[in-house]
Design a protein around this ligand. Structure first.
Ligand SMILES: Nc1ncnc2c1ncn2[C@@H]1O[C@H](COP(=O)(O)OP(=O)(O)OP(=O)(O)O)[C@@H](O)[C@H]1O
Length: 604
């Protein structure tokens, strides 16, 4: 291995190791000074408000003390961030290097890490993977090229692109990436065992994934990607990227991720902290709607039997009669030929201007009369929420960026509501149109302004061996010919007529550290199967636990989005998987959960 590379790592490692105790000490001292200043302040805290000049002196000294506290706080914040970064980088100071030449200047090495790090003089020792210059690394360019920084195009020549495997101060492997066939580091990462939660992928982000993570030209990013193509990983890396881009004005509390269930939220927890960011907010759609409903005084227990799609059209049509509950004066601010929604929005603004808004919006309009006027049997609380959001032009401004995973599973009502509530937020919606397990997925792009929307695809599947990937591809409909595998062939999937569950556990020889999933068609079968096991993990949608080493029992709908080293799918020939409408999709989802081994059991 190159001596200078080894030396460089050791120097950097030494610097980080030295900085950690220094920064820890600095933080403790700053904390002590802040406490001293506050104590002094409170001990002579009486305000000397005698004469006019004394008053001014007192205020000036309060002001000076406040400034001192602000400065101390800022210094403590800087030291705390630097300490956190040094700790994060200690096990792996960087994962890549690019050698770049700008104009006629001498070429220079840029090291890329999970976070950036400066020396005491302010020189960049490690660049953050999200820094503009890192784009040339991920975009896999070599030779004369350019990247964007602060809206400017920076021309540059990439001379060399290297990847590293590092363990603290040991440089284990260095790969010249334009020389390597395939991507040996990617393959090594993909061969690892899977249990616990999803891992961050910073060191091995692929070019097509990088384009999604760094997309900045559109407020709405729609991603349709095949099973195992890294959609969830890309979504999380994009959260981190957007936090970096907006580091002066956004915090993790400004980011919201909508996940299918609690088990999935648990599965992705930990990825952002591993990238040096705090955990963003995540919730299910139902929870989000319930919280929104409460803002309007509505108790929403279910989303079923809603009329949002119908209402979206109805509110665009004229509605001459004054809605019951509203004063005619408010409604008559606009022409009778105007749409219902235009008139209602004007009416709401008029009520606001005249200080007449209802104290309880949920009780304001006569919902059953309104339902009747539209020939609807009823307006559910969820319908009422949609109408109130539209009428009051409500926008959730506290969410700067919204992310939705498994987007294919949501119906039109969801997109109608999210598009209205989050019209000021950046949206990233990822899904796979073939992974829908019931009902029919609406065309997502129809709900957003096409000028603000970009549609991107991911067709390389990283999760599984070549054999498993080609096996599940046959059920992927229009994706079948597009899906590409990157991993070696591995073991061919295995069909068996039945499994004797009574003796299965003792007969199974699962390698240590590996996870095995037994995927049943429904929860009831997973619960039934659990009776044969003494220590299997039963996973349900509301569980707070996630994938574990050893045996996991779960239904297909819970298995969605998750992955395991080995997978056994039960009932492969049952009506559930032979269903004429959804059988293929179900098989595609089930067969794409295993990374190394797949067994299809014909019976339940
Ligand atoms: N660039 C990458 N480097 C390393 N691992 C990757 C990369 N891209 C994806 N992976 C791995 O591939 C697996 C699948 O990723 P992920 O779960 O994000 O895919 P997905 O498209 O959301 O899958 P699905 O839709 O099938 O649930 C994960 O183990 C992830 O860590």
């Amino acid at each position: 291995m190159h001596q200078s590379a080894v030396q460089h790592l050791q120097q950097l490692y030494q610097q980080l190791s030295q900085d950690i105790p220094i920064l820890t000490q600095q933080l403790a001292e700053l904390g002590q000074t802040a406490r001293d200043v506050k104590r002094d302040l409170s001990s002579d805290g009486h305000l000397d408000l005698g004469t006019y000049t004394e008053t001014l002196d007192t205020f000036a000294s309060i002001e000076a003390n406040n400034r001192q506290i602000d400065t101390l706080n800022a210094r403590a914040q800087t030291a705390a961030t630097r300490l956190a970064h040094a700790k994060l980088l200690l096990p792996q100071a960087y994962f890549a290097k690019v050698n770049l030449a700008y104009d006629s200047d001498e070429a220079e090495d840029f090291y890329l890490g999970k976070v950036g790090y400066l020396d005491a003089a302010g020189n960049d020792l490690v660049y953050d993977w999200r820094a503009p210059v890192a784009d040339v690394y991920y975009a896999n360019r070599i030779g004369a090229t350019s990247y964007q920084a602060n809206g400017r195009k920076i021309p540059v020549t990439v001379n060399q692109r290297q990847q590293f495997v590092i363990d603290h101060d040991r440089l284990i492997q260095a790969v010249d990436s334009q020389m390597a066939i395939g991507d040996p580091l990617l393959l090594a990462v993909l061969a690892a065992n899977r249990s616990g939660g999803l891992q961050e992928i910073t060191a091995t982000i692929q070019t097509e994934q990088n384009a999604i993570i760094r997309e900045q030209g559109h407020a709405v990013v729609l991603v349709d990607g095949v099973a195992g193509s890294g959609k969830t990983s890309v979504l999380l890396q994009r959260v981190a990227y957007q936090l970096y881009q907006h580091r002066h004005d956004w915090t993790p509390a400004d980011m919201l991720i909508i996940t299918p269930n609690v088990a999935f939220s648990r599965y992705i927890r930990g990825v952002l902290p591993a990238l040096g960011e705090a955990e963003p907010l995540s919730t299910t759609y139902l929870n989000l709607i319930q919280a929104l409903g409460r803002r309007f005084g509505l108790a929403i227990s279910s989303l079923a039997d809603n009329h949002l799609s119908v209402l979206a059209d109805l509110i665009q049509a004229p509605h001459p009669a004054v809605p019951k509950g509203l004063t005619p004066q408010a409604y008559n601010q606009t022409k009778p030929t105007d749409s219902f929604i235009k008139r209602m929005q004007h009416a709401w603004r008029w009520l606001q201007a005249t200080d007449q808004t209802p104290s309880d919006a949920s009780q304001w309009l006569d919902w059953s009369a309104l339902a009747k006027s539209w020939s609807l049997a009823t307006l559910t609380p969820y319908d009422q929420l949609y109408l109130l959001v539209q009428i009051t032009a409500y926008t959730q401004t506290t969410t700067a960026a919204l992310f939705v995973d498994e987007a294919q599973d949501y119906d039109a009502d969801v997109w109608l509501l999210l598009a209205a509530v989050f019209k000021k937020s950046q949206l990233t919606l990822v899904g796979d149109h073939r992974q829908r397990l019931m009902g029919s997925a609406p065309q997502l792009s129809a709900f957003f302004d096409q000028h603000q929307t970009i549609n991107l695809k991911l067709t390389t599947s990283y999760r599984a061996t070549g054999a498993i990937t080609s096996y599940f591809s046959q059920f992927a409909g229009d994706w079948t010919t597009a899906i590409q595998a990157v991993q070696p062939q591995g073991i061919t999937p295995n069909h068996v007529p039945a499994i004797d569950w009574a003796s299965f556990q003792t007969a199974t020889n699962l390698p240590a550290g590996q996870s095995l999933a037994i995927i049943t068609p429904t929860d009831a079968e997973a619960i039934q199967l659990a009776k044969h096991f003494s220590n299997a993990h039963l996973l349900t949608a509301t569980d707070r636990q996630t994938v574990q080493t050893g045996i996991n029992l779960l239904s297909l709908s819970v298995a969605k989005g998750l992955e395991f080293d080995q997978v056994i799918v039960t009932g492969w020939e049952s009506a559930f998987y032979q269903d004429s409408r959804f059988g293929q999709n179900r098989r595609y989802v089930a067969a794409s959960r295993g990374t190394k081994a797949l067994t299809l059991v014909e019976s339940l």
